[in-house]
Design a protein around this ligand. Sequence first.
Ligand code: ZN
Ligand code: ZN
Ligand code: ZN
Length: 370
Amino acid sequence: MQEITAQHFVERLARGAAQARDAGLDALLIAPGPDLAYFADYLPPVTERLTMLVIPSDGAPTTMVVPVLEHDSAAATRAAGSIRLVTWADGEDEHAPLVDQLWSGGRYGISDSAWAMHLLALQHALPDVRFEAFSAVLPMLRAVKDADEIDRLAAAGAAADATFEDILSVSFAGRAESEVAADLDRLLREHGHSHVDFTIVGSGPNGANPHHEAGNRIIEPGDMVVLDFGGLMDGYGSDTTRTVHVGEPTDEEHEVFEVVKRAQQAAFDAVAVGVPLQEIDRAARAVIAEAGYGKHFVHRVGHGIGTTTHEPPYLVEGEEQSVVAGMCFSLEPGIYLPGRFGVRIEDIVVATADGAQRLNNSSRELHIVS
Ligand code: ZN
Ligand code: ZN
Ligand code: ZN
């Protein structure tokens, strides 16, 4: 796999400036979090001290305001050669070096994750400046991935697939959901993940809650079990769901599973460059509605993934943004029967000129576990 180098950050910063220009913004203000990791290769401790990257849209140098005690870490990133550092020390006005760089009357995009206390201080110092959240003005800022990012998402996906293959041989019946969740956590790390974000194990009626956290329920023979797990590997995310059954499934369980599988395939087949994202949601939803389970598919069909496991683009009714080659997102329809069981199947895919390509390739059949 090609290394992500200083040159990648030169390109990302240039792309950020161009997107700011297209959106009519004077600069992007990037706060600690996934945006900063993406543009500056920098993941500082998230504290009350101000750190902010400023990417001007007019080609002026990119600057990062950092606490003086964090100067050396900020100077040691792969992006450091492209970023001028401005420091402030405890006891000084931390907002002053940032205010110096903003135009009165200007319009700035700011990370959703910027702390309110910093934004409010800036707004107070610059009452005629307009600040806009990235989610409102630049939701697709990091949505289109380059080849190196797609390689990393594919590697994270393969590690999640290997985790699923391994989990099929652990015992389910008689163990608590939380024990199977601990197995998933351990296996993701064994397969190369540095962080585990979630290990959902929804057995029997718990599977009918899409975001059920693994709990104390003891898994029983006859249970459907929804397994949804992922995290970060080499800075990029994985997120996959498979549903397994303890022992032989009933005809109804089989039928519901097959409907979800067909819906997931319909979403996959609907992915093409230029297609509005909401059409992909509709494609999956039509299959489930047709089978009579429409009101039991209670969430959007997918979300983007990159340096985080949930980010734009969102595949949801009302999203008219079209698919662009290089977008990476989940396809995860489900059916949830309250008090009984749930089924979800989720793969990460990348949009290409020839349609979608799956980054999860573990079997999508209904596996019987013991
Ligand atoms: Zn069953
Ligand atoms: Zn998931
Ligand atoms: Zn997901």
